[in-house]
Design a protein around this ligand. Sequence first.
Ligand code: ADP
Ligand code: ZN
Ligand code: MG
Length: 486
Amino acid sequence: MSTKVANAAATDYEPVIGLEVHVELKTNSKMFCGCRNEFGAEPNSLVCPICLGFPGTLPVINRKAVEYLCKTGLALGCSIAAHSKFDRKNYFYPDMPKNYQISQYDMPLTTGGSVTLPSGKRVRLNRIHLEEDTGKNVHAGGRMAGAEYTLIDYNRAGVPLMEIVTEPDLSSPDEAEAYLVQLKAVLSALGVSDVKMHEGSLRCDANVSIRPAGSSALGTKAEVKNMNSFRSVVSALEYEIARQKASLAAGERIVQETRNWDEARKLTYSTRSKEQAHDYRYFPDPDLVPLSLEPATLERWRAELPELPLAKRGRFMESYGLSDYDATILSADIPTAVFFEAVVAASGEPKAAANWMLNDVPRALEKHGLTIESTRMKPGQLAELIKLVKSGTISGKAAKEICEAMVADGEDPQAVIAQRGLAQVSDEAAIAKLVDEALAANPDSIASYKAGKTKALEFVVGQVMKASRGKANVEIVRAALIKRLE
Ligand code: ADP
Ligand code: ZN
Ligand code: MG
């Protein structure tokens, strides 16, 4: 026993991670009935006999959901099955009124494919299948503090859900996060989902094991659930890897189990071991016809695919001369990318447009609780601001103030400049007058400057700026001063 502990402690372990991501599809109606598919409605207002599981009702496959899943598969290089089917996954839980969930077991819509990370690494996919979401249990506490019961909202029951399963290809928590960021970017470019983890339209279960570094065998995995942000996926994985290492170092065996992440306590705890695993008694759903996809339909869908984030990143680097980093951020979110390109088109200044879109614009959006989609600022206004800075009409400092006003209220830059008196004085005659006054008032500085103290020049520049209440164009002031002193 003691030698085993010593060996385990001396071994270097590396993590192995595989992710199962559930994504709610942004269809108009639910997966098998005509109820509206919408987040945040009055509880149990979007339900019907089908999604409430009444006996005798018959489900009908939502074509759009199949299209969205197949487009995802085509974008990620998966093989799309010409024939597939739906199965019943049987279990008893109040969030599933039928006592089974319609899912796909042994004939998923897609197999294979991969997600390419910005690092170039390809994370292989095992499968993507289509299923229906469950209802949501609303536990006592929070809004209903003190109540000792659970309420069920069936609005989510029957919402189309796709499950994207990776091979165990991820080798660190950060890489798992990079995968999620990239997957989210692809899904958002395809427009198939809202991909909002905080609203549950993207959910992630993380499978993780450790093995001696360099080994190719797989260790026993734990499946971690209940993370509600990318950040918490990283934290849960870090915790779980450390826990497994400590277990082995203590001479214990890792058991295959499901664990929940506790966000408040920052730890995982066991909820179900392999022995307690469910037997779902899968069998083909006799109420649904098998699915057949025509090659021509698939070709049409392939032709409709939009430009994907990595291709966009490459184009942004090539056409606009952006850095890898800037291009990655600007291409990851479609509304941001669209806005950015509109600013470039209107200003002809890609670098400046990228700078604004990466710094001052997001800062102002966050400050005012807005998004690039909800702000009233138009790309043309930001382009105008860029031109005003370039022409020297306003200073960089004033431009930041104007940017915030534009983001907050959608005001035209010229209007903000007029209202707040932010125009920069570039008029050489006006500046020359201020320069003369400053020189007359500061003979000592002139003497020091002439004695070789260049710092004295900056003092006089400062005096001129002060006299202009910050509005003089500082470059013109400096040039005028030097000219006068020579
Ligand atoms: P299960 O039968 O428990 O559902 P699967 O083989 O279907 O397991 O895999 C589920 C997920 O777990 C996949 O994302 C897969 O890549 C990942 N996975 C499988 N084995 C391991 C392992 N030993 N370590 C880490 N992840 C794993
Ligand atoms: Zn319904
Ligand atoms: Mg499985």
